[in-house]
Design a protein around this ligand. Structure first.
Ligand code: 3H9
Length: 633
């Protein structure tokens, strides 16, 4: 293995260069080399910056020197050490720069401590040095949200001392180093803390909703708070204790799992490097409804021209109107400039009379956004099944990150690769799914919904079931979801045919949020309250179906609504409809808001334990997937 660290000299300045592709993670070889070259530079009278600790090392035995020690040695250097930053200085990478005495960065550099997104905190002194180098407010914000700051902002908050020119970092850094020689070392630990505990409190309050359920943001804030009241070395000890607590906890394990799962999902088994994606220069979308409009926005935002095909002028106007309204709302929040709105709208061409065949050249990919239709059947109805696949967006399509790319029996490898590539280009997290009813996500939703309805008949209330799900960390429970999606979805629309509770709700106009009432009653601000009318309908249907009502525990709700999802996940894997368990987790995190700190249903199933899940499922009479049973054995 080649040494990732090498040193050069420019007159009286030693330049230590790290080159550890792909992201310059601070793995053992880098730490050893960094320490070695620093010592050599001190003894001698002379692509991206680090993307953070090597996350893959966290589950392995530690290799010396550890990062805090390397950073302490840099900080203790009797000669000034300058960090020259380009690309991304993240996590442990930023902490290395904080151990340096001065920092210079190119304008395109980004600096941040994203550890919180991995359920962690900067564990190499970052929480103690940032409040001294920048400020308590900046440290609290950066550590607890994990959002990086661009170099210009870093300069404003004192995190970097100087901006280099974009294409001459080495030259500017060496010149800057010469200026610093006269100033001598400036250890961050000796700087006064800039700000007070109130700054930490303000950040905590401003983000309370976002942080709900997560352990790491509060731990990050507690460390920054410690910096305001403890001497540096005591603060470091506090940081270490908090870091280890998070590192040993299940939330960080879950979040690290998802970090790698998301990247793994982009990889398609069985497709070699010889397969190349097809170029995609324009996109046609059929149907200008909510979904069509949202889907179009993804491409427009990525600079890809879109032709919307809609046979009805009013529907077309409504659809393009929705696109404009959404963009204008984004502009009103300052996240887009008015000229960008026009630019995106300019890419949208209306073609009322265009015919599908006219739009589709040979080789064009024909993608269906179906949630349930059989992609193989759709493919069979064309003369080019190799070009047909599913691209299943989640509503609202311009917001939700998930895209299920459905691989049909005859889908060509390069067509699949193209769909996965375009998904990345439009900022989606794509997962390959096989053809089955509901693909991965909705297929797993079905047993959950069925059981939730049965539980109502047996004595649980919609509010109780939903609360178990929201307490678990889901953004909403099964009945809140029905009310949002529409209770009338899939309804036969015959008001005289009432065969179950859902029919009765639909016939009574209880279609959910859109009619102001569904499983819940809604006020004008769409706040739900339990409905007496619905409860009496439930009681009636419970009696009709002969279910004996009894108190239902929250534990039973978990066993009957979440365990069957895990079970379905195993069935999906057995049938080869998902490539790997972690893909299923990605679907649920990005498509349905499964709490990331629980790592997705499959990861959670492992934490809960296969034995416990199997016995829970068997207790309630479910057919357990063979592979799940085998795991429990
Ligand atoms: C930390 O620093 C703890 C310290 O405070 C305390 C220590 C005591 N390690 O994302 P990409 C892999 S915690 C190992 O597709 P991009 C990644 O899996 C760390 N591997 O590229 C992928 O592998 P593959 C805090 C890593 O250009 C490949 O590199 N730092 C790491 O879209 C390319 O990644 C972070 O949380 C890593 N640190 O984005 C930063 N990072 O090709 C995490 C990446 O096999 N990283 N890999 O699938 C990122 O945010 C993005 O990777 C980055 C580049 C923005 C840097």
């Amino acid at each position: 293995m080649t040494d990732p660290i090498r040193a050069e000299r420019d007159g009286d300045v030693a330049i230590i260069i790290s080159d550890n592709p792909p992201v310059n993670a601070l793995g053992a070889a880098v730490r050893i080399g960094l320490d070695r070259e620093l010592k050599a530079a001190l003894a001698d009278d002379g692509r991206t910056f680090f993307a953070g600790a090597d996350i893959t090392e966290f589950t392995k035995p530690p290799v010396m020197p550890q990062l805090p020690e390397v950073i302490d040695n840099i900080e203790a250097s009797t000669k000034p050490v300058i960090a020259a930053i380009h690309g991304t200085a993240l996590g442990g990478g930023l902490e290395v720069t904080l151990g340096c005495h001065y920092r210079i960065a190119v304008p395109s550099a980004k600096l941040g401590v994203p550890e919180v997104k991995l359920g962690l905190l900067p564990g190499a002194g970052g929480t103690q040095r940032l409040p001294r180098v920048a400020s308590v407010a900046a440290a609290a914000e950066m550590c607890s949200t994990g959002n990086p700051v661009p170099a210009k902002k870093a300069l404003e908050i004192g995190l970097v001392d100087k901006l280099a020119s974009e294409d001459n970092l080495a030259g500017d850094a060496v010149a800057f180093a010469r200026d610093c020689i006269a100033k001598g070392p400036r250890p961050s630990r000796d700087l006064p803390v800039r700000g007070s505990a109130d700054d930490v409190k303000a950040i905590a309050e401003a983000n309370a909703r976002k942080f709900k359920g997560f352990d790491a943001p509060a731990a990050n804030l507690a460390c920054v708070d410690a910096a305001t009241r403890l001497p540096f070395d005591e603060g470091i000890k506090f940081e270490r204790t908090e870091f280890m607590k998070l590192m040993m906890g299940s939330q960080s394990a879950a979040q690290r799992h998802i970090f790698f799962a998301e990247r793994q999902a982009a990889k398609i088994d069985g497709i070699g490097d010889d397969v190349k994606p097809r170029p995609v220069n324009r996109v046609g979308v059929i149907g200008a409804g909510t979904m069509g409009g949202g889907i179009s926005m993804n491409f427009l935002s990525a600079g890809i021209p879109v032709t919307i095909v809609e046979m009805q002028q009013d529907a077309l106007d409504r659809g393009t109107g929705v696109v404009r309204k959404n963009y204008e709302a984004t502009a009103a929040k300052g996240r887009m400039k008015p000229e960008q709105v026009e630019q995106a709208m300019g890419l949208l061409k209306k073609d009322i009379f265009g015919k599908l065949d006219k739009i589709c050249k040979p080789g064009a990919i024909l993608a269906s956004n179906t949630s349930y239709l059989d992609v193989d059947e759709i493919a069979a109805s064309t003369s080019r099944p190799q070009d047909v696949l599913g691209m299943h967006f989640f509503s609202p399509a311009n917001v939700m990150k998930l895209l299920e790319v459905v691989r049909g029996e005859k889908t060509a490898p390069d067509a699949l690769l193209t769909a996965m590539g375009i998904a990345k280009k439009i900022g989606k997290v794509a997962v390959v799914a096989g053809v089955c009813h509901g693909f991965i996500g909705n297929r797993m939703l079905m047993p959950r919904q069925v059981e939730a309805m049965k539980l109502l008949m047996e004595g649980a209330t919609p509010a109780q079931i939903d609360k178990v799900h929201t307490d678990f960390g889901m953004p909403m429970g099964p009945f809140q979801m029905s009310d949002l999606a529409g209770v009338d979805i899939g309804w036969h629309r015959d008001p005289n045919r009432i065969e179950n509770l859902r029919d009765e709700l639909a016939a009574a106009g209880r279609w959910g949020q859109k009619t102001g009432k569904g499983f819940y009653d809604y006020d004008e601000k769409r706040r739900p309250t339990p409905s007496a009318e619905v409860q009496s309908m439930i009681d009636k249907w419970s009696e009709k179906t002969g279910a004996s009502k009894r108190p239902i525990t929250d534990e039973e709700i978990i066993e009957r609504t979440l365990y069957p999802m895990v079970n379905e996940g195993y069935l999906i894997l057995e049938e080869g409809k998902a490539q790997r368990a972690s893909d299923i987790d990605v679907v649920w995190i990005y498509g349905y808001g499964w709490p990331v700190y629980r790592g997705g249903p499959m990861f959670w199933g492992d934490l809960e334990g296969a034995k416990k899940i199997v016995s829970g499922l068997e207790k309630h009479g479910f057919n357990v997937a063979k592979s799940l049973k085998a795991k429990a054995a």
